[in-house]
Design a binder for this molecule. Structure first.
Ligand code: UD1
Ligand code: CA
Length: 472
C-alpha cells in the first residue's frame, strides 16, 4: 500500500468534557506523563502531515498554550458557537493556510481525548484509504466491533459491505441499534470531498448538531466510495469521558509500556504496582521493584535497581546504581551509587559515581563528588562537596539565613563530624575535619580540625548531692 504524505491531520479538542467534573479541561488531564492531547498530537505528528491543526473552544487559551508548548508547529483553530463534530472539522480546515487543500490529498481526523492511538494505526488507515482499488475513495473510517455499542455511532453497511451511513445512537432505529460495529471517530477523507461536503451538512438530528458523520452519506450520494477499516486493537480508539476511563486507559498504557521495557531487557517484578511514563528510558538489565513510579524524562541506565516504593521524576540513575524507597526529582545519580532507604532528592542533586545518600537524608542543589557519602539523617542544601568526603550523621547545611540562600563548599576527603551545623556561606578546605556537634560559622582551612562547641564540664558527686535516694 502506498502512502502519500497526508495533507492535514485535524485533531478535535473543542469539547468541554463535562463528565470529568474538573476545573482542568479534559484534554489537558495527564496520562502516563503526557496530557491526553499530548498523546493525540504525538500520534498525529507521527504520520508527518503537511499541516496539523487542533480545534479548540472550551478553555481555548489554556488548550492553545498547551499546544504551542507541546507541538510548536501545530496550528490552532477556534470553533465558533455552532456545535458538532462536522462544524469542528470545518473550523479546522478554515484554520489551514490558504490553498493548503488545493492540491488535494488525504485529511485525517482524530480526537484529542483518545490517548492510546498509535501513529502506525493512523498510517495504516491513510494507506488503506490511499491505496484502495476501484473508484476514488472518498472516506475511510476506522471502526470497532463492540459487545456493548451503546452511545456510539453505528456503521450501517450495504449488502455489498460498503458503508452506507453512520447513524448516531440517539438517532438510530432499533434495528440499527442492534449493529455492533461502531464509528471510532477516526477517519481518512479525500480533501476535496470533505471540503465540499462540510458546508452542506445540516443539523436535523436529535442533538441539533452538525455531524461529521453525515459526510459519509453525502459522499456516497455523490458517487464516492466509503469504506470501513476495522481496528483490531480497540484500546487505540477508546476515548476518555470520565475519570474511570482515564484510570482504565492509563493502566492499559502502562501495561503496554512495561511490556515493551520487559521485552527490551528490563526486569519488572510487579507490573501492576509499577508505573512508567511514556518518556522514560530504561537500559538493559535494569530491575524495577514493586511500588516504583518513574515519571517524566527519567532514565535508568544498565544494571541499575530502583525500588521498592520509589518515585522518581526527571531523574537520571547511573549504571549499576541502587535507589531504594526514595522520592526524587531533577536529580542525577552516578554509576554504582546508592540511595536510600527513605531519601528525598530534590532538584539539582548530583551524586557522583559510587557515592551514597542514605537513610533520612534530604538533598537540594547539592553536588556530591565521586565516592562521597552522606549516610544518615542529614540535610544537604546548596552545597558543592568534593570527592571522598564523609558527612557525619545529623549534619545540616544551614543554607538559609531567613532572607537568602547561601552555598557551602567542602573540599576533597574532608570529614564532617556528626551533628555539625555548617552555616553558609562557608568553605571547608581539602582534608579538613569538623568536630562532632560543632556549629561552624567561619571557613575551615585545608587540613585543619574545626571545633566549635561548648567545653564539657563534669560536676563530680552531683547526683549524690542533688538526687539523693533516686535510683541513679
Ligand atoms: C462521536 C461520533 C460517533 C462516534 C463517537 C466515537 C459524531 C456525530 N459522532 O460521537 O459516531 O461513535 O464520536 O467516540 O461525530 N468535538 C469538538 N467540537 C464539537 C463536538 C465535539 O471538537 O462541537 C470533539 C470533542 O471534544 C471530542 C470529539 O469531538 O473529542 C467527539 O465528540 P463527542 O461529542 O464526544 O462525540 P460523540 O457523541 O461521542
Ligand atoms: Ca465521546
Amino acid at each position: 500500500m502506498s502512502l502519500r504524505r497526508p495533507v492535514a491531520v485535524v485533531v478535535l479538542a473543542a469539547g468541554e468534557g463535562t463528565r470529568m467534573r474538573s476545573a482542568v479541561p479534559k484534554v489537558l488531564h495527564p496520562l502516563a506523563g503526557r496530557s491526553l492531547l499530548g498523546h493525540a498530537l504525538a500520534a498525529a505528528r507521527g504520520v508527518d502531515p503537511e499541516h496539523l491543526v487542533v480545534v479548540v473552544r472550551h478553555a481555548r487559551d489554556l488548550v492553545a498554550a498547551h499546544v504551542a508548548e507541546t507541538d510548536p508547529r501545530a496550528l490552532v483553530a477556534d470553533q465558533d458557537e455552532v456545535p458538532g463534530t462536522g462544524r469542528a472539522v470545518q473550523c479546522g480546515l478554515d484554520g489551514l493556510p490558504g490553498g493548503a487543500l488545493a492540491a488535494g490529498g488525504t485529511v485525517l481526523v482524530t480526537y484529542g481525548d483518545v490517548p492510546l492511538l498509535q501513529p502506525e494505526t493512523l498510517r495504516a488507515l491513510a494507506a488503506a484509504h490511499d491505496g484502495a482499488e476501484g473508484p476514488r475513495r472518498a472516506v475511510t473510517v476506522l471502526t470497532a466491533d463492540l459487545a456493548d455499542p451503546t452511545g456510539y455511532g453505528r456503521v450501517v453497511r450495504d449488502e455489498d459491505g460498503s458503508v452506507a451511513a453512520i447513524v448516531e445512537h440517539r438517532d438510530a432505529t432499533d434495528a440499527q441499534r442492534a449493529i455492533t460495529e461502531v464509528n471510532s471517530g477516526i477517519y481518512a477523507f479525500d480533501a476535496a470531498v470533505l471540503a465540499a461536503a462540510l458546508p452542506r451538512l445540516g443539523s436535523a438530528n436529535d442533538q441539533g448538531e452538525v455531524y461529521l458523520t453525515d459526510v459519509l452519506a453525502l459522499a456516497r450520494a455523490d458517487g464516492g466510495a466509503v469504506a470501513a477499516v476495522p481496528v483490531a486493537d480497540q484500546w487505540q480508539t477508546e476515548g476518555v469521558n470520565d475519570r474511570v476511563q482515564l484510570a482504565r486507559l492509563h493502566a492499559e498504557a502502562n501495561r503496554r509500556a512495561i511490556r515493551a521495557h520487559q521485552l527490551a531487557g528490563a526486569t519488572v517484578v510487579d507490573p501492576t504496582t509499577t508505573w512508567v511514563d511514556a518518556g522514560v528510558r530504561l537500559g538493559r538489565d535494569v530491575t524495577l521493584l514493586p511500588g516504583t513510579a518513574l515519571h517524566g524524562a527519567t532514565v535508568v541506565e544498565d544494571g541499575a535497581t530502583v525500588g521498592p516504593d520509589t518515585t522518581l521524576t526527571d531523574v537520571r540513575v547511573g549504571a549499576g546504581a541502587s535507589v531504594v524507597r526514595t522520592h526524587g526529582s531533577g536529580a542525577v545519580i552516578g554509576a554504582g551509587a546508592t540511595v536510600g532507604p527513605f531519601s528525598y532528592l530534590r532538584p539539582g542533586t548530583e551524586l557522583g559515581e559510587g557515592g551514597k545518600i542514605g537513610a533520612f537524608v534530604e538533598t537540594k542543589g547539592a553536588r556530591i563528588g565521586r565516592g562521597s557519602k552522606v549516610p544518615h539523617l542529614s540535610y544537604v542544601g546548596d552545597a558543592d562537596i568534593g570527592e571522598g568526603v564523609n558527612i557525619g550523621a545529623a549534619t545540616v547545611f544551614v543554607n538559609y539565613d531567613g532572607v537568602a540562600k547561601h552555598r557551602t563548599t567542602i573540599g576533597d576527603h574532608a570529614r564532617i563530624g556528626s551533628d555539625t551545623m555548617l552555616v553558609a556561606p562557608l568553605t571547608v578546605g581539602d582534608g579538613a575535619y569538623t568536630a562532632a556537634g560543632s556549629v561552624i560559622t567561619a571557613d575551615v582551612p585545608a587540613g585543619a580540625m574545626a571545633v566549635a562547641r561548648g567545653v564539657q564540664r563534669n560536676v563530680r558527686g552531683w547526683v549524690e548531692r542533688r538526687r539523693a535516694g533516686s535510683p541513679a
